[in-house]
Design a protein around this ligand. Structure first.
Ligand code: SF4
Length: 121
């Protein structure tokens, strides 16, 4: 199987071609070793950080910015975002508070990326 990716490790944006033959993965198009590592990772187990907002009740702002504490499997991002879009947290929230533990059984926690006080506080 052959897949193509754009390397996102640096602004060069090299066009990577990743091929697997009899269990051996080869990467071409990379201008440095970091691109080879990125290509293999994208081919085998692509992951992404999750950064979005969730609704907050009683807060001084209507939405709370949140971010994953590490990258989550790319294939589960849509399901994770559905969970986050559908939830409401209650103010106050401190930056770094864990909002969801082990979201969608990914082993990844979601944390508040800023503090929000109560509207009246
Ligand atoms: S392969 Fe190397 S030079 Fe090319 S985009 Fe990736 S990190 Fe940058």
């Amino acid at each position: 199987m052959t897949k193509e990716f754009i390397c996102i490790v640096c602004p060069n944006s090299c066009r990577l071609t990743v091929s697997e033959t009899e269990g051996k993965i080869t990467v071409t198009g990379n201008e440095c070793p970091r691109g080879e590592k990125h290509g293999v990772h994208e081919y085998r187990e692509p992951t992404r950080m999750i950064a979005t907002t969730v609704a907050i009740v009683g807060g001084s702002l209507p939405r709370l910015p949140v971010i994953s504490v590490k990258e989550a499997p790319k294939a589960l991002l849509g399901r994770c975002l559905e969970v986050l879009y559908g939830m409401k947290v209650r103010a106050p929230v401190r930056c770094g508070d864990i909002i969801v533990k082990n979201i969608c059984d990914t082993g990844v926690d979601i944390a508040a990326s800023r503090s929000i006080n109560r509207k009246d506080g």
